[in-house]
Design a protein around this ligand. Structure first.
Ligand code: CO8
Length: 261
């Protein structure tokens, strides 16, 4: 696997651990980092040996403190739009990876950093994590889909409060409003993320991936279409070996031994 400059990536026994690595700028997302992220995501999408992905930030201070402000500062309106579109496309790739993706938020997740965490399927936060969309303090709106994913996660009213004020909230508040799934001690963040990844990996792989697709696609549909879509993927499960194994194991009162097929 290729070496990256602004990312660290390793396949740790089926868990792809992706670390944003620009410690000199609190892992701020510049073009080079997003380009590398785009490449590594293309690799992960094709690598069936990677079952779950964890995304975290290098160092103990930041997940990612936003898009790189110095790089954005001179942009024109059209340049801003194309930069926003590029970041959105990369984050859409995270959301559409077949594998579940866990954000292990170890520090600041601001602006583009918060948007990156929201593109992941699940969010774990260290007690030291801080979240916010401070774009209005810089004269811009969130450009990597924060205005869209934040209200879908926390509701319209809470999202608008965070977006209009640019306020930064701590991990407990993020948990209270449903922005994160769980808060852990900083030193337990990665072991908690791994334990969650391993639990997911112990389940039927095709079923887990189809759950991800059904939720994501369903949220873009009206209820009747989403329910109909679910019936299709539900039916598909009966074509898998893991459905036979899961139900046979239940009837035989033993633990299922899934093959991922
Ligand atoms: N971009 C570039 N550099 C950054 C960023 C950033 N977002 N955040 C931190 N840095 C750099 C600092 O400039 C500093 O560099 P140097 O040491 O060379 O001066 C270094 O990281 C350390 O930062 P601080 O000294 O500021 O550390 P503090 O502990 O004092 O403060 C904070 C930490 C509170 C996180 C502070 O750094 C901060 O406020 N950062 C900016 C947060 C922010 O506003 N983020 C949102 C950015 S906008 C955005 O993400 C929009 C996304 C969509 C874009 C779409 C465009 C079209």
């Amino acid at each position: 696997m290729k070496e990256y400059t602004n990312l660290l990536f390793k396949d740790d026994a089926g868990i792809g651990v992706l670390t944003l690595h620009r410690p000199q700028a609190l892992n701020a997302l510049n073009y080079d980092l997003l380009k590398e992220l785009d490449e590594v995501l293309a690799h992960i999408a094709q690598d069936a040996a990677i079952k779950v992905v964890i995304i975290t930030g290098s160092g103990d201070k930041a997940f990612a403190a936003g898009a790189d402000i110095a790089e954005m500062q001179p942009l024109s309106a059209l340049g801003g739009r194309s930069w926003g579109r590029f970041g959105q496309a990369v984050f859409n790739k995270i959301e559409n990876l077949p594998q579940p993706v866990i954000a292990a938020v170890n520090g600041f997740a601001l602006g583009g950093g918060c948007e990156l965490a929201m593109a992941c399927d699940l969010r774990l936060a260290s007690e030291k994590a801080k979240f916010g969309q401070p774009e209005v303090t810089l004269g811009i709106v969130p450009g990597f889909a924060g205005t869209q994913r934040l209200p879908r996660l926390v509701g319209k009213g809470r999202a608008k409060e965070l977006l209009f004020t640019g306020d930064i909230i701590d991990a407990q508040e993020a948990y209270r409003i449903g922005l994160v799934n769980k808060v852990t001690a900083p030193e337990e963040l990665m072991t908690t993320a791994r334990a969650l990844a391993e639990k997911i990996m112990s389940r039927a792989e095709v079923a887990v991936q189809l759950c991800k697709t059904a939720v994501n696609k369903g949220l873009d549909m009206d209820l009747a279409s989403g329910v109909a879509y679910e019936a299709e993927v539900f039916g598909l499960c009966f074509a898998t070996a893991d459905q036979k194994e899961g139900m046979t194991a239940f009837i035989e009162k033993r633990k299922a031994d899934f093959s991922g097929k």
